[in-house]
Design a protein around this ligand. Structure first.
Ligand code: DX5
Ligand code: ZN
Length: 222
């Protein structure tokens, strides 16, 4: 599949969110929405009402909602109609894999794509039962500790991406945290195809160039 760049609006200027989004849409087909509750992560960002407002103003863009919240199932209905890809954290649903399985089924029953994310210290093997049951459209490998934009990419996470891609070649692998023109190619080579970029896009004065700078390394042969 072609690489997807999903700008993370967490790093945009919230005081002028609509104008900020207009600087990246329609160059990108996806926007990454970081929903944080101050409990699962030590930060609070935005919630479903903002996702719904974005949906109202931007019909065509797909919303990749990254739930960094405890009890992710609570936010399924409020995100209905706005969210296209619902990503919850493995660490938020506990060790009982049955809970995660039910959540994946609910996500799909509501017409969204289901994805799970794991924090840097969580072993990849924990999510194999969900993949074996074919309950996931995507997996988001965190390449920083979730909670804040602007952190440094953790190259040790590439090993997880590689192993996941080798074992489940059909699942879409997304990477999030510290993705920039220098780190994106290593993620692509490991098998990732969806790339979240926050500061690399929204801290750049020219968003068109910022997106192009991310795509350029993916076009070259090694
Ligand atoms: C971090 C969020 C990321 C963040 C990425 O917890 O999940 O989506 O916005 O920001 P950068 O690209 O600056 O690391
Ligand atoms: Zn994110």
């Amino acid at each position: 599949m072609d690489p997807i760049i999903a700008p993370s609006i967490l790093n945009s200027d919230f005081a002028k969110l609509k104008t900020e989004i207009e600087t990246v849409v329609p160059q990108v087909q996806w926007l990454h929405i970081d929903i944080m509750d101050g409990d699962f992560v030590p930060n609070i960002s935005i919630g479903p009402c903002v996702a719904q407002a974005i949906r109202k103003s931007f019909n065509d863009v797909k919303l990749d909602c990254h739930l960094m919240t405890s009890e992710p199932s609570k936010w399924l209905k409020p995100l209905l109609g706005a969210c296209n890809l619902f990503t919850f954290h493995y660490e938020a649903v506990g060790e009982d894999v049955g809970v995660a399985m039910d959540l994946c089924r609910s996500i799909r029953a509501l017409g969204m794509k289901s994805s799970i994310s794991i924090k840097p210290k969580t072993p990849l093997e924990k999510i194999y039962p969900l993949l074996d049951q074919d309950l996931l459209d995507g997996v988001l490998i965190m390449t920083v500790e979730p909670g804040f934009g602007g952190q440094s990419f953790m190259p040790e996470m590439l090993e997880k991406v590689k192993r996941l891609h080798q074992k489940y070649p059909n699942v879409t692998i997304e990477v999030d945290g510290g993705i920039n023109p220098k780190t994106i190619r290593s993620c692509y080579d490991a098998g990732a195809r969806m790339f979240v970029a926050g500061s690399a896009i929204f801290k750049h004065p020219d968003r068109t160039s910022a997106i192009e700078n991310l795509l350029k390394p993916l076009r070259h042969e090694n």
